[in-house]
Ligand binder design. Structure first.
Ligand code: SF4
Length: 249
């Protein structure tokens, strides 16, 4: 897998390419890699979900294999993190997130394999799935079991709106859980694992009222950027151009 690195002060973006895919990973350093390291990796090249604010959702190229997901993390660590520390076991808070390009539950079984492999390679890393909540009951049941077996797994629902109608505008994909179903699954997941579920919010200018999200654990992301390193996934011009010009054989 070829790659290029874009670097800012505490953030590095890796763009991976093969003949038939492009994918991104982002590495965040909080104070130092030893204190807290976060890697967001891609699970698909492009995405079928098509969230209106997202550069990745404009086209779907293909799903990544578990090896391609794991390789992103290994390349990021070998390039940057291990320059500062000798062993990833030294990292006090180490988080690997499946939340860059692609929807994890649309490529669930490869993501599952990657989780199992990454848990063996980096036993101190939290492994966090971020999903819009696809209506895939078989996969959701399997994920519940996996999350009980591997206590490093975390779950975040990227709901972006706490109102069904507004959420449908941001995430037009039809085959997704309702907010009520997300709530029910989240409660069950939390009771079974003993860990909290998080809700992600992507700011679009209309959903920043505290009223709607009172009482929930939330994380807020700003998808600003086109060529800024802090921008959302798939927004780099290079990635946009690659996806537009790619012709499937
Ligand atoms: S935000 Fe995530 S789920 Fe939505 S289109 Fe982008 S990559 Fe897909």
């Amino acid at each position: 897998m070829e790659y290029r690195i874009l670097e800012d002060h505490n953030v590095c973006k890796f763009v991976f390419t093969k003949q038939d895919m492009v994918a991104e990973s982002v590495l965040y350093k909080y104070e130092s890699y030893k204190k807290r390291t976060v890697i967001c990796c891609s699970v698909q090249s492009g995405c079928k979900v098509g969230c209106t604010f997202c550069g990745t959702g404009k086209r779907f190229i293909r799903s990544l294999t578990s090896d391609e997901i794991v390789e992103q993390v290994k390349i990021v660590i070998n390039n940057k993190v291990l320059n500062e520390i000798k062993n990833t076991n030294e990292i006090e808070k180490f988080q690997i997130m499946f939340m860059s390009m692609g929807e994890p539950f649309d490529n669930y079984y490869q993501v599952k394999e990657a989780i199992v492999k990454l848990n063996k390679l980096f036993p101190n890393a939290q492994l966090l799935i971020s999903t819009v909540g696809l209506r895939k009951y078989k996969e959701l049941n399997d994920f519940m079991k996996l999350s009980i077996e591997i206590n490093k797994i975390g779950l975040q629902f990227s709901i972006h709106q706490a109102n069904e109608e507004k959420r449908n505008k941001l995430i037009p994909y039809k085959n997704k859980l309702t907010l009520r179903e997300i709530r029910d699954y989240g409660i069950e997941w939390s009771e079974n694992t003993g860990r909290p579920v998080y809700l992600n919010y992507c700011i679009d200018g209309n959903n920043i009222s505290d009223e709607e999200i009172k009482g929930y654990n939330t994380r807020i992301f700003d998808p600003a950027g086109q060529d800024t390193i802090g921008g959302g996934c798939g927004q780099l011009w290079f990635v946009q151009d690659w996806m537009k010009s790619y012709k499937k054989k």
